[in-house]
Design a protein around this ligand. Structure first.
Ligand code: C2O
Ligand code: CU
Length: 419
């Protein structure tokens, strides 16, 4: 635990961090090379680390009971895996998740391409809010009536634990901007001012075709990689803006420095594709998942820091959290077979639906035209039906849940089994 000034001069007490002091470190791994992180738990409670978006062996997935035991105070756990994919990923606990993430435990993990494009700067942004009062101290992390709707929003909005930080970057340079929404609730709508930004990857995966950033929705758990050609003149500012609510605000600012590097965005070679297997759609099995509200909302006891209500369900089952005796998997999949999951949102809210351990391709929607992006977290709109496909090539149990953590913790959580 640490303290850090998040609002005003008064340091916020009792922040949880993955660092001795200040924000969680940006971890860097190399595609196809072994990566090792030792978790040393200095918190007064159990924790784990989940590596969001990584296709890794089940034992490294960080879900208590389902994939590993709790890591109690003063215990250690070695996470060792070889990331098959390059891109922008992140990490967070999967235990008492609402509290531990809200108190600070969210960080980025970047897996570098073996042979990536040539940028003049590579900047990571950890986008998240904090629930702080005017004295800069934590207030109640959620309001139950909000958990039953879009979730409870934070009061202080930060990038890398600062409100609108400014980064100096080379004039006329090509910069890579990686943003991860590690917030427990907020869905961002991102745009830039001062220069055009090009989307080169979403959720760690190169997009099939580059396109311009224009109010791109990025929900909890999701990531976006942008390429920006900075203005030639020194001292010019480019702002990354969030316009998801009626009042938009600047998330971060990039200021040019030095004489122009005169780069040309057309020189940027595309990111190499990740080796995700291609599903066999002809022979894929089709499995519907219905995301609904529950009728019942009485307080319930759960495990692993559930918040004690059940407001949401997947296929009519509310799972309040990971428990030593979990319910049965919602679906049994055969190792190596292709599947189409049909995510059906029967609620008036948007849900970022995240599947652990696998990446899937977006196929179609009943509401909009979607490109065949590969992702681990699909933003499913109100009343949307979105079909996604993947090859079930990673054995064992994998969580499927909404990444609005209050939704996850009040029932919109489940798991599938691959064997
Ligand atoms: Cu970031 Cu269970 O997920
Ligand atoms: Cu949700």
């Amino acid at each position: 635990m640490t303290e850090f000034s998040l609002r005003g001069d008064q340091p916020t007490q009792n922040i949880f961090s993955n660092n001795a002091i200040g924000p969680a470190p940006v971890l860097r791994a190399k595609q196809g090379e072994p990566f090792h992180v030792r978790l040393e738990n200095k918190l007064p409670e159990a924790t784990t680390i989940h590596w969001h978006g990584l296709r890794l062996p089940n034992a490294m997935d960080g879900v208590p009971f389902l994939t590993q035991p709790y890591v109690y105070e003063n215990e250690t756990f070695d996470y060792i895996f070889t990331p098959p994919d390059a891109g922008t990923f992140w990490y967070h606990p999967h235990c008492n998740t609402l509290e531990q993430m809200s108190y600070g435990l969210t960080g980025l993990l970047i897996v570098d391409e073996k042979d990536g494009p040539d940028f003049d700067a590579d900047i990571s942004l950890n986008l998240r809010d904090w629930r702080l009062g005017s004295d800069g101290q934590f207030i109640n992390l959620y309001k139950a009536r909000k958990s039953a709707r879009a979730g409870t929003f934070g009061t202080v909005k930060t990038a890398n634990w600062s409100e609108n930080p400014t980064y100096e970057v080379p004039s006329g340079g090509l910069i890579r901007l990686r943003a991860a929404v590690t917030d427990v609730t907020r869905i961002f709508k991102l745009l830039t001012k001062g220069a055009k930004a090009t989307i080169i990857a979403l959720d760690g995966y190169p997009v099939p075709k580059h396109f311009d950033l224009d109010h791109q929705a990025v929900g909890p758990g999701q990531r976006i990689d942008l390429a920006i050609r900075m203005p030639d003149e020194e001292g010019k500012e480019v702002q990354l803006i969030n316009a998801s609510s009626s009042k938009s605000w600047t998330v971060a600012t990039f200021k040019t420095k030095g004489t122009s590097l005169k780069r040309d965005i057309r020189d940027l070679k595309p990111l190499p594709n990740n080796p995700v297997p291609i599903p066999d759609l002809e022979n894929a099995e089709y499995i519907p998942f219905e995301f609904t509200a529950t009728a019942e909302s009485a307080p319930k006891n759960g495990f692993c820091g559930t918040i004690g209500f059940s407001f949401w369900a997947i296929n009519r089952k509310s799972w309040l959290g990971v428990s030593p005796d979990p319910m049965e998997p919602l679906a049994d999949l055969k190792l190596g077979k292709s599947y189409i999951f049909s995510f059906r949102n029967r609620t008036p809210h948007t849900h970022p639906i995240h599947l652990h351990g696998l990446s899937f391709t977006l196929l179609n929607s009943n509401k909009r035209k979607i490109d065949p992006f590969i992702t681990d977290t699909a933003l499913v709109l109100p009343d949307e039906r979105m079909d996604v496909a993947f090859v079930a090539d990673n054995p064992r149990d994998w969580l499927l849940h909404c990444h609005i953590i209050e939704h996850q913790k009040t029932g919109m959580s489940s798991f599938i089994r691959i064997s």
